[in-house]
Unconditional design. Structure first.
Length: 286
């Protein structure tokens, strides 16, 4: 789906009435579920797509504050709020982070990179001021809570950014070289960069489209997990996403992408060292 813009900074024209058409784009005409409740928010969610070409126009402080306020309004386990975010606007620092993430051009093209952090340092600091033990922080569960908190916050931020007419794309490749990212951002012990999020004004000439997802029959289970539903759904999706990839000039097979990622540690591009990198930042992971 290409959303028409009156101007480069105009908000996306998505409204409740767009939901049926967006559902067809998201699932393919044959797999789009009937009876979706149509709201402006649902339309904005269904219209989401990753943007990889940006204008140079700045994202101002008001927009940044709005995005972070939305992020802080996400759910957080036990209200612990075990996350933080670094807003990176400096051209040199974004260029260095781009190099660490495989030279992704959109990191330097867009004016803002948000680096989402699992942040246990704040909680450790509170404990230190109260002379309290922190043995529970060394367990894997606490790190998982931090990652989940950061992801929930970031997705709220994405929706807020898109409602302002901005585009986004996640940068998981910051985990390829996490020690160097930590050094570049001055991260203390007990803080880890989970992923990045590019934010900027989409270049309207890019024509990024809504990417189809698996049919709901592959992901929605009723009462208990049903292992028998996957194969036919995956076969149908392989055809749908193959047509999308062909239009984008990409390799056609989603199944081959899955198999390549699972094939061995080399496919993880350095992320096979994630446990070591976390431990280097003070995460004990018991």
């Amino acid at each position: 789906m290409t959303v028409d813009l009156d101007a480069a900074h105009a908000p996306r024209r998505t409204a409740a009435s767009d939901v049926p058409a967006l559902a067809e784009l998201r699932y393919g005409a044959d797999a789009a579920p009937d009876g979706l409740t149509a709201t402006d928010v649902v339309a904005l969610q269904l219209a989401h797509r990753s943007v990889r070409r940006y204008l140079s126009d700045a994202v101002d402080d008001d927009a940044l504050a709005t995005i972070v306020a939305a992020a802080q309004s996400a759910a957080t386990s036990s209200n612990l709020q075990l996350w933080s975010v670094v807003a990176v606007r400096d051209d040199g620092r974004r260029a260095a982070l781009s190099a660490l993430a495989g030279d992704q051009a959109h990191i330097t093209q867009a004016p803002l990179l948000l680096v989402w952090l699992v942040d246990l340092a704040r909680a450790h600091g509170i404990a230190a001021r109260h002379d309290a033990p922190t043995a529970g922080a060394g367990y894997l569960e606490t790190a998982v809570v931090g990652f989940v908190d950061a992801a929930l916050a970031a997705q709220n931020a994405v929706l807020a950014a898109e409602s302002l007419g901005l585009g986004t794309v996640y940068i998981g490749a910051l985990r390829n070289r996490p020690e160097e990212v930590a050094a570049l951002l001055g991260l203390p012990k007990h803080v880890f960069a989970a992923f990045g999020l590019v934010v900027g004004h989409p270049d309207p000439t890019e024509g990024a489209r809504v990417k189809p997802r698996l049919p709901q029959s592959a992901v929605l289970h009723h009462e208990a997990y049903d292992d028998g539903v996957h194969h036919a759904a995956v076969d149908d999706y392989e055809k749908t996403i193959g047509e999308f990839y062909a239009h984008e000039g990409l390799a056609h097979s989603w199944v081959e992408r899955i198999l390549a990622r699972l094939s061995g540690p080399r496919a993880l591009n350095g992320r096979d060292r994630l446990r070591d990198a976390l431990e280097a930042q003070g995460f004990e992971l018991r």
